[in-house]
Design a protein around this ligand. Structure first.
Ligand SMILES: [Zn+2]
Length: 86
């Protein structure tokens, strides 16, 4: 089981070794490519839109997770109250 895990991690590291981070869009792409496959076909304005889209997505994801955590805490709180009162 752990051998399998190390194998997986090793593969991931191996994959990252062959990748390089794009200075334009901050995504990783294969080193053997001459240009980033994520943004090389995008104009600057399109790239800016993509980046702001990604930021918005991350922010909404963060908000959703925070909302979920609050809901979980509230549910735990009320459940504890119900169990304590009976
Ligand atoms: Zn790029």
């Amino acid at each position: 089981m752990s051998g399998w895990l190390f194998h997986r991690i090793g593969k991931q590291v191996e994959k990252l070794k062959h990748q390089t981070k794009c200075t334009r869009c901050d995504l990783y792409f294969q080193k053997n490519l001459s240009e980033c496959n994520h943004c090389s076909h995008l104009a600057d304005s399109e790239l800016a839109a993509l980046i702001s889209q990604r930021k918005n997505f991350r922010m909404s994801l963060g908000k959703a997770m925070l909302f979920g955590a609050v809901l979980f805490l509230l549910a735990t709180f009320f459940l504890a109250k119900i169990f304590n009162s009976t």
